[in-house]
Design a protein around this ligand. Structure first.
Ligand SMILES: Cc1ncc(COP(=O)(O)O)c(C=O)c1O
Length: 415
């Protein structure tokens, strides 16, 4: 019997509201969204109740970089389950050694060492702990409107609206405008442990920094002995047309955080990857950071398969080709719908559609449910619709996305 659609949808929504999140159920009912993931395959997700089908251009921020239920990723998990389980996190581990070695080989410079985790926020917390442990300094600088997760230290780097109810949070966290080197220069000092930025902040609205920004960040970190942390949770693993988004800016951070896509959409696993010179602290305190499920051994084999797929000859070239198709299509849409679509932001398949008014973002997302597309507006700039299709998308499917967007923008114009 299928696990999907086991009862009437109304009843399912009621049970979700009663036992999972009454607030979410109320919100979605008010905005008129009743879509619930049912069957899913490749770039498509179907509603639990039947025929309605969307192309997933949200992909949970990159979790579904390889599309839904990639057969090779599923096979890797099934195969790992024949012999392994989660393993013991205190002991040494073959799968963790193999995956860490592979990640190191895929990273630039001497980003050679890995701490595994389960979620992206946890991986960011680990990065900040390492930076503070290594430098013995308190200050952590992040971007206004950025997003690094909702766990302890990651939460402290983030937006006021999520922090405020949980205060007091750990001290030492300050924020600067993203892309502004002068502001960073004014904030950084001898007390700075770390500077943390997303390569392209997604929740901020897919904001592309000036091309020389990260070289400047690198220089300032070097000058003050601060650790440069780059959050590649959304931009990494091929999303920007290179293995890591930061590669496209020609800069090597001290710590690189990867999460979402490493799971293949199948088994959660994250990695905080750091340079050799930061190792002294964790070498001296090997049990100071613990994660029972971090680097689960079966998850390591899932991640290894994800990386093998990304490393296949032609994979990144395919991403760049699809990005070119999107560039052409979106530029046509911008000319046609110039009143509502005012800017296209793009690096590889990391894309954002800047609309003329923040009030347009939510209805644009709603329109997607009617015209076959799952896209979400950026929470910290609701004038931007995030567009992150699976990297495995094919040319005809890019055509379908552009067609849907055309209908959505037409609907928005005529509202
Ligand atoms: C850039 C970035 N960093 C960190 C996180 C946190 O990841 P998680 O939700 O797995 O804790 C997210 C999640 O959306 C993210 O987009």
């Amino acid at each position: 019997m299928s696990l999907i659609g086991q009862g009437p949808k109304d009843n399912l929504i009621e049970r979700f509201a009663r036992h999972v999140s009454s607030g979410k159920a109320e919100f979605f009912s008010q905005v008129g969204v009743d879509f619930i993931f049912g069957k899913r395959e490749g770039v498509y997700v179907w509603d639990v109740a039947g025929e309605r089908r969307l192309i997933d251009c949200h992909c949970n921020g990159g979790v579904f970089n390889l599309g839904h239920r990639h057969p090779r990723v599923i096979a890797a998990l099934k195969c790992a389950l024949d012999e392994l389980d989660i393993g013991n996190h205190h002991l040494m581990s073959e799968p963790r050694a193999l995956l860490a070695e592979r990640l190191a080989n895929l990273c630039p410079g001497d980003l050679n060492r890995v701490v595994f985790g389960v979620g992206g926020g946890e991986a960011v917390d680990t990065a900040i702990k390492l930076a503070r442990g290594h430098t013995g300094r308190p200050k952590v600088i992040s971007a206004h409107g950025g997003y690094h997760g909702h766990t302890g230290l990651a939460l402290a780097t983030g937006d006021e609206q999520y922090r405020q109810p949980f205060e007091p949070l750990p001290g030492g966290f300050v924020q600067v405008p993203f892309g502004d080197l002068g502001a960073l220069e004014a904030a950084i000092g001898d007390d700075t442990a770390a500077v943390i930025f997303e390569t392209i902040p997604a929740t901020m609205g897919i904001v592309l920094p000036p091309e020389d920004y990260f070289a400047g960040v690198r220089q300032l970190c070097d000058c003050f002995g601060a650790v440069m942390i780059i959050d590649e949770v959304q931009t990494g693993l091929g999303r920007c047309g290179e293995m890591w988004g930061i590669n496209t800016y020609g800069v090597i951070p001290d710590i690189l955080v990867t999460a979402k896509g490493l799971s293949g959409g199948i088994y959660p696993i994250t990695a905080t990857i750091y340079r050799d010179h930061l190792d002294r602290f964790l070498h001296d305190h090997p049990f100071i950071h613990i994660s029972t499920f971090g680097g689960s051994e079966v998850g390591c084999y899932v991640a290894l398969e994800v990386l093998s797929i990304l490393q296949e000859p032609g994979f990144l070239e395919h991403v760049r080709q699809m990005a070119d198709l999107f560039r052409d299509g979106l530029s046509r849409l911008q000319s046609k719908h110039s009143r509502v679509l005012v800017e296209v932001r793009q690096r590889g398949l990391m894309m954002g559609l800047k609309l003329a008014d923040p009030a347009y973002g939510p209805p644009m997302t709603l329109a997607g449910f009617h015209f076959g597309l799952l896209t979400l507006y950026a929470n910290h700039d609701q004038s931007v619709n995030q567009l992150l299709p699976p990297l495995t998308i094919q040319a005809d499917e890019v055509g379908q996305v552009i067609e849907s967007l055309d209908k959505m923008l037409t609907w928005l114009e005529n509202r």
